[in-house]
Design a protein around this ligand. Structure first.
Ligand code: HSE
Length: 351
């Protein structure tokens, strides 16, 4: 099978395109670039949504990461990271130790034998360790930008494994951030095991009155550390509760019932009770959000961002103020950002 390039108008094409993306020679698949530069953006994500630990996430508006990929003609298969902005110098420029480098290298492997190398730049719009899928957004943007260089031969679903390799290196093998950051909308992770194909289900959602209130305090909760504290076994009663609430969450999404989404997201009895106390003020924030009118509130991803769900922008503003105040008074934390955002139905895109 010969994969045809899907020429992407937003990328900068090479002056002399070589016409065919992949050629077979001696059993090898060679991939020629068709664009000299591609810039891709991938959005923030809210993973878990309460009972959906590791199997549910959604893409949201309000920020994300941008990666620019550029062809290096003479270094086939090489990936270099030229610069990173917005990380306060904390991320490595070594492509094997950085999400964008790992995602780019894995994308090249998926595409075939590239006849060029790739130089990357990253503009981080999301704070590190924030619970908003920061590493996943970087990985998704890198995979999409590199794929764009070759004319987008791979679908977003096919690129999940590239993003997962990057996620595994920093936080763990879970697709509930990188899946929605690539695909957009609500994504259910049906199966995600190393060495096996990842199975994703995109859940349709068409209502326009779902608002997420995201309050990010100045506190870091590295995902790897927040995963290390989780129980290895759970009581049967807790398992039954989270299955019921997870089913209700999916029902709320599929039927467009914002109240049911919020109430289900609020009802995790396995993960939140362990992580919540590690984030100063989180349990007070949850109560403050509901007292101000939210249908529910929980930890976004591994935290420390708190996410609440409402169906009205005026209520959203009150909930935002109440949550911010609770982080300040009960948690003694400053608020880094507080936003009301909507679902991002697109995911990774060229910019
Ligand atoms: N499911 C992951 C966790 C998401 O909660 O550890 C991290 O953003």
């Amino acid at each position: 099978m010969l994969l045809r390039p899907n020429i992407t108008s937003k990328c900068r094409p090479l002056r002399s395109k070589r016409g065919v993306l992949k050629v077979y020679a001696g059993g090898k698949v060679y991939a020629d670039p068709v664009n000299k530069e591609c810039s891709a953006f991938a959005p923030a994500t809210v993973a878990n949504l309460g009972p959906g630990f590791d199997w549910m996430g959604c893409a949201v508006g309000g920020g994300g990461d941008t990666v620019v990929a550029r062809v290096i003609p003479d270094k086939p298969g090489t990936v270099i990271i030229e610069s990173i902005q917005g990380d306060n110098g904390r991320l490595s420029l070594d492509p094997n130790k950085n999400c964008i480098g790992i995602a780019a290298l894995e994308t090249l492997k998926l595409i075939g034998q590239p006849t060029c190398g790739i130089a990357l730049t990253l503009d981080k719009g999301l704070p590190l360790g924030s619970g908003l899928g920061s590493s996943a957004a970087s990985a998704a943007a890198a995979a999409w930008a590199v794929n764009g260089i070759f004319g987008s031969p791979l679908t977003k679903s096919q690129l999940i494994t590239a993003g997962l390799a990057a996620e595994a290196s920093v936080s763990g093998y879970h697709a509930d951030n990188v899946g929605p950051s690539l695909l957009g909308g609500f994504v259910l992770i049906r199966s995600c095991k190393p060495g096996h194909p990842v199975q994703l289900l995109q859940l349709p959602f068409s209502r326009d009155d779902l608002y997420f209130v995201l309050v990010n305090p100045l506190f870091e909760a590295p995902t790897a550390e927040m995963r290390a504290v989780l129980p290895k076994e759970v009581p049967m009663k807790s398992m039954i509760n989270n299955c019921c609430q997870g089913g209700s969450l999916v029902t709320g999404i599929l039927t467009g019932d914002v109240r049911l989404i919020g109430e289900s997201l609020d009802s995790d009895v396995i993960i939140e009770p362990v992580r919540g106390p590690l984030i100063p003020g989180m349990m007070a924030v949850k109560e403050a959000a509901k007292a101000a009118g939210a249908f529910g509130c929980t930890i976004s991803g591994a935290g420390p961002t708190a996410v609440a769900v409402v169906d009205n922008p005026d209520v959203a503003q009150k909930v935002l103020e109440a949550m911010s105040q609770a982080f300040r008074t009960s948690g003694k934390l400053e608020v880094n950002s507080a936003k009301v955002v909507k679902l991002d139905p697109i995911g990774a895109k060229f910019t």
